[in-house]
Design a protein around this ligand. Structure first.
Ligand SMILES: [Zn+2]
Length: 302
């Protein structure tokens, strides 16, 4: 924590998975205090919770509530709970209470999303089909029609409203990250007065075409929404799976987003993810140094 603070960071995000919540609450209580003790603001991340957030963590909640899983348009049962699952929402409430109890400053709502399927889309479960019928007055089509798209956006917005409002009401700062390209109504997200920070993570790993244009596009979008609705914008920088010949992209990403007006940055993750072999950078030490240098260049530019 001293190393992170010493490098100039103001806050830290801890992954707080279902497993952590169940078995390591007391341990996290200590970790959070250590971080706050050196002057870092602490956000907890519902890593992989219910299979609906970002994160390399499995969900036991999905296994315990198999009847509320998401279903794809081709009828495939998916390893994630439906946004309309009451079990998921009840669990999240408990998870937030735990975060509050152990004294986190805020919650980082990490990429809430429908399960990504190769064929078709989610969610076509019984609850969603019933909800669709109630709202639209006809059966839910299996094609991604305009009505279905609209419905999916509404379901995701409804879930985001639930999680962010509940954490804000618990007195926690609320930071939201939505993946670039997520089918969403950004203006409606902007109108959520209880969301303090909005962010996205335009990792070049996901860019089709030139990554610079990709970063510019998403940085502009986040900046504009934040400005319009008086929020703090933040951009995540890729610090995992970075190849040796991509290291210079870090500084470039920070430079592009900063030129657009973004002043808050975060990186996934500490030490260029050296400790997590499946997504570690090719040369973590050099990459981490490049991250620190890129972030430091921001404060020296001002
Ligand atoms: Zn559903």
């Amino acid at each position: 924590m001293e190393d992170i603070k010493g490098a100039g960071f103001d806050f830290v995000v801890f992954t707080y998975s279902e497993n952590d919540h169940e078995y390591y609450e007391g341990t996290f209580d200590k970790i959070v205090k250590v971080a706050q003790g050196v002057g870092l603001e602490v956000y907890l991340d519902p890593w992989g919770v219910g299979g609906v957030f970002g994160g390399e963590a499995y969900s036991y909640l999905v296994m315990k509530n198999v009847h509320e899983r998401q279903v794809s348009s081709t009828g495939k049962i998916l390893p994630a709970l439906c946004f309309n699952s009451t079990e998921l929402r009840t669990y999240i409430q408990k998870w937030i209470q735990s975060a509050q109890k152990i004294g986190a400053d805020g919650i980082f709502w990490d990429e809430p999303h429908f399960y990504h399927v190769d064929k078709g889309w989610a969610c076509c479960c019984q609850i969603c089909r019933e909800e669709f019928r109630n709202r639209m007055g006809f059966e839910m089509p299996r094609q991604l029609t305009a009505e279905v798209r609209q419905f999916r956006i509404e379901m995701l917005l409804d879930f985001i409203t639930y999680i962010t409002k509940t954490s804000k009401e618990a007195g926690l700062k609320t930071m939201l990250c939505l993946m670039p390209g997520e089918d969403i109504d950004w203006d409606k997200v902007g109108r959520m007065t209880w969301v303090d920070v909005i962010s996205t993570d335009p990792y070049w790993l996901w860019a089709r075409g030139d990554y610079r244009e990709y970063v510019m596009f998403w940085a502009k979008r986040i900046y504009k929404i934040a400005e319009k609705f008086n929020k703090e914008p933040l951009i995540w920088v890729q610090g995992f799976k970075v190849k040796k010949d991509e290291i210079d992209r870090i500084h470039e990403t920070v430079k592009i987003a900063n030129a657009v007006g973004i002043e808050n940055f975060a990186v996934w993750s500490y030490k260029a993810t050296k400790y997590m072999s499946s997504i570690a950078c090719e040369d973590p030490d050099t990459t981490w140094q490049a991250i620190l240098d890129a972030f430091k260049s921001l404060s020296s530019d001002r």
